[in-house]
Write a protein that binds this ligand. Structure first.
Ligand code: 5GP
Ligand code: ZN
Length: 128
């Protein structure tokens, strides 16, 4: 695929993406944290007393589609560090869970890469 076609596909994905709209502020959300690389907000249907989503500002459809560019490991590490930072702020000293759902079988319902931070109750295993 040519560069122009790739750009058009990318632009279309961004324009129709729920989390891109939340990140740019055109759809409201409850902010928990933000910096130049990511935005973290409360999940609208919390599955635990603390349920925060941490998403990169730049659209990537999933972890699987995140690619292997040079900056990618740093970005993914940053999302995890933000999860730890928020867990401390939220007082999750007894533990917490970090989840990334990928694709249909992985249970991903929003096609913009995000890390779930869940805490405030004991988690079961295996997950559903
Ligand atoms: P996934 O299933 O893709 O891993 O997670 C998507 C998450 O986004 C779900 O936990 C769902 O509750 C949350 N979600 C879906 N729509 C909205 C919304 O409009 N606002 C917020 N804050 N969370 C949403
Ligand atoms: Zn997006």
């Amino acid at each position: 695929m040519g560069a122009d076609a790739s750009l058009l596909l990318y632009t279309g994905a961004v324009m129709s993406c729920l989390f891109c709209k939340i990140i740019e502020g055109s759809i409201p959300s409850t902010k928990e944290y933000k910096d130049d690389r990511c935005y973290a907000f409360a999940d609208i249907h919390p599955q635990a007393p603390v349920h925060i989503l941490i998403a990169p500002r730049e659209h990537r459809s999933s972890l699987d589609a995140a690619g292997e560019e040079n900056e990618q490991p740093a970005l993914l590490g940053h999302l995890l560090q933000v999860a730890v930072h928020l867990a401390r702020i939220k007082g999750l000293a007894k533990g917490y869970r970090v989840v990334i759902n990928i694709g249909e079988d992985g249970g991903q319902t929003v096609d913009h890469l995000h890390v779930h931070l869940l805490g405030g109750r004991a988690m079961g295993w295996p997950p559903g």
